[in-house]
Design a protein around this ligand. Sequence first.
Ligand code: HPA
Length: 245
Amino acid sequence: MTAHAIIGGTGLTELDGLKISDARQIDTPYGPTSSPILMGNYAGHELLFLARHGHPHRIPPHEVNYRANLWALRQAGADQIIAVNAVGAISPDLSTGDFCVPDQIIDYTSGRKHTFFEGYLEQVTHIDFSYPYDALLRKRLIAAAAAQGFACKNSGTYGCTQGPRLETVAEIRRLERDGCDVVGMTGMPEAALARELGLAYACLALVVNPAAGKGDGVITMHQIEQAVRIGMDKTRKVLARLLAA
Ligand code: HPA
């Protein structure tokens, strides 16, 4: 039995169409989750949903309690985690409104609680993280986006910055030299924590702006908010399609 969970990012603090049967605030050894875990039925399928930034949207990327969120989702029975993340585009292959299902991550964050394996341990534990995302779940996301006819880059490197500010042009040039295709603030440590817990995890990244220096002029919040609004509608369709397949 597999159970899917969505971690909704910016613009997806609730999942329209989710028929909620229960909302559980789960206590974790790591403190409170960003929001209660919603349990319900979406497009005819059982689904768990957690709003990464809280509902309403109030927790910035560097203050999200990623450990509590992942721990609670596992506690609630989830074993397939689909993370929805708004990102800026670095790759010329990507435009606002497109999806990317990344296959690699580079972590540029600092000071986040990034592991369960600390404190008084019986033994030091290292996880393999060569391929940070679950291959099968990625395939299913790619197939669902294609079935909807949405533009989707089927691989790529997600550069995760600390935020909450956006990047400088020079920082984006550096990320580009490093091989990043998209930039966001919430991909890590979430992906690594999921791996530590043995959960299948993949990311559906929605491009909401060209990264700094990649578009005309500066990035405005108005531009991002508009792209989020349009894009999250498409995101919901991809998720419904994935669950139905
Ligand atoms: N940079 C970092 N995070 C983001 C961006 C960006 O340009 N757009 C959406 N999330």
